[in-house]
Design a binder for this molecule. Structure first.
Ligand code: EPS
Length: 366
């Protein structure tokens, strides 16, 4: 009944709280023989980490991964992989004054009503700190997908508050702290975030993820649809309020004659579907878009209630992100990679013997 496990064939169970001694995960079902070392986690964990720029939370965690099991002589053995990261920079006194107050926009009120007890230090289990383990597990998934299928999962920030990219070049995304796809706009983003931070407020963001190299056939009708599982996976990230696949909500105003992606020997003429047909990958690039709400932890006072029913004026102190979306690109990529490896392994189990009847339609080149 409890829901701390994600995936069927590549099953990831995470545990831990933001201000507890450690966070961790157990991955059951990883194929054996994959080369794996603590360095394999570093790149994506650093992309996600706090304390790297002035635009994110100033908490300084080392995010060093300890591999406790499932790896022998540098290779996965097929047994459960346990990963641990120790929390080294939690500052629980920031939460002392509000430990009995409900922070509006946070999970405090709902956790309290559900469990009758909660760990208020840094939001406990509901903290975005939990996403560290998603990114760690996602790094394994990305590696296997790249090695075995040539699949590449890449994300970028596609909207920051009101600002949208004036061009998309995925090669510049890793060269700036926003994961922004148009380098010329980065100074304007810096300025925007500096002003926002000074004001004490926060903004939302949108992140796009594209996965290239998928074969046709991954995904399961009808309740295990690839797009359905992607939506659930992305929606499970803290602060996410919307997910689109392909053209998403823009599909509402389009015509079927244009939305269906025409097929010929030259390839699909377009990719409005976002790489999924009937819940199964078409071999086109997978396209997802994710909406993040603005961070709820603000130093600006807000009216609220405490656990005794008293009205309070609540102020959040501490080290918070003025836009959680800024460092959420690797988290979205990780969730996409986890869905893909899980579906790939399930596909291999059931349909690994199915031969190709019709030649594959080449992918649409945008
Ligand atoms: C978070 C609030 C802040 C962030 C934290 C997410 O926590 P704290 O007040 O304990 O420093 O620093 O992010 C991380 C620690 C992390 O590794 O992502 C929240 O409310 O979700």
């Amino acid at each position: 009944m409890a829901s701390n496990t994600f995936g069927k064939s590549f099953a990831v169970t995470t545990f831990g709280e933001s201000h507890g001694p450690a966070i961790g995960c157990v991955i059951d079902g990883c194929p054996p023989g994959l080369a794996l070392a603590p360095e394999d986690f570093r790149h994506d964990l650093e992309r996600r980490a706090t304390g790297k720029t002035r635009h994110t939370s100033a908490r300084h965690e080392t995010d060093e991964v300890e591999i406790l099991s499932g790896v022998y002589q540098g290779r996965t053995t097929g047994t459960p992989i346990a990963l641990l990261i120790r929390n080294v920079d939690a500052r629980s006194k920031d939460y002392g004054a509000i430990s009995e107050q409900f922070r509006p926009g946070h999970a405090d009120y709902t956790y309290w009503h559900k469990y009758g007890i909660r760990d208020p230090r840094g939001g406990g289990r509901s903290s975005a700190r939990e996403t560290t383990m998603r990114v760690a597990a996602g790094a394994i998934a990305k590696k296997w997908l790249a090695d075995h299928h040539g699949v590449r999962v890449r994300g970028f920030l596609s909207q920051l508050g009101e600002i949208t990219p004036e061009g998309i070049d995925l090669d510049v995304v890793e060269g700036n702290p926003f994961f922004w796809p148009h380098a010329a706009q980065v100074p304007a983003l810096e300025h925007y975030m500096d002003a926002l931070r000074k004001s004490g407020d926060s903004v939302g963001a949108r992140i796009d993820v594209v996965a290239d190299g998928l074969p046709p056939g991954w995904g399961e009708p009808v309740y295990g649809k690839l797009d359905g599982e992607l939506a659930g996976a992305l929606m499970s990230i803290n602060a996410v309020k919307g997910v689109e696949i392909g053209d998403g909500f823009a599909s509402v105003a389009s015509r079927g004659s244009e939305h269906r992606d025409h097929m010929s020997h030259d390839g699909f003429a377009s990719n409005h579907a976002g790489g999924v047909l009937g819940g199964i990958s078409s071999g086109q690039p997978l396209r997802c878009s994710v909406a993040f709400k603005p961070t709820s932890s603000l130093r600006l006072p807000v009216a609220s209630l405490d656990i005794h029913g008293n009205t309070v004026e609540l102020v959040t102190t501490g080290r918070h992100d003025p836009c959680v979306g800024i460092r959420a690109t690797p988290i979205c990529e990780a969730m996409v990679a986890l869905v893909l490896i899980d579906q790939a392994l399930r596909h291999r189990a059931q349909c690994g013997d199915v031969g190709h009847i019709t030649p594959r339609v080449p992918s649409h080149k945008p």
